[in-house]
Ligand binder design. Sequence first.
Ligand SMILES: [Mn+2]
Length: 194
Amino acid sequence: MRSGAARRTTAETDISVDLLLDDPSTPVVETGIAMFDHLLLAFAFHARIGCHIQARTIDGIRHHLVEDTAIAFGQALDGALGDRRGIVRYGESTIPMDDALVRAVVDIGGRPWSRIALDLTHERVEDLETVFVAHVFASFAQHALLALHVDRLAGDDPHHLVEAAFKAAARACAQAWAIAPAASTLIASTKGRF
Ligand SMILES: [Mn+2]
């Protein structure tokens, strides 16, 4: 059972994240931002992971809360992946949600990068500022040590675009961290390590 945890307590926020990669128990997410909870729950559900996330603001600044939650989530995932032995490494998923069509492609082989091409023009999606969306993915990718490319292929509704992006990222990640049965002791790199 691959598990990871992160605690992050600063003058700005108080965050705890626990992940179980191979146990899709009912996820619990409480950040105080309803749309952020909705997106993290969608990620956990579609990645089929157990997750418990509690995030509390201390300074009242929403940017810090969202950013630190994404950092802790990435750190917990990095811990759960360990030396990443036996993983498939790459994953890709394209998810429709009514008008929206979003593709996510991931390499979880230790090379942090993110390119989030959602071109969101609305200022907010429900109670979440849309400018936070790319920042969440960037912070997550940087701390989980993965490369994530997200492309909007079609659609206009910002809720659908953002939700499809999280679902696509989740399914791409789940493909990538799956253990390749014939290679469970191998590192999926010609370097022999990540
Ligand atoms: Mn929704």
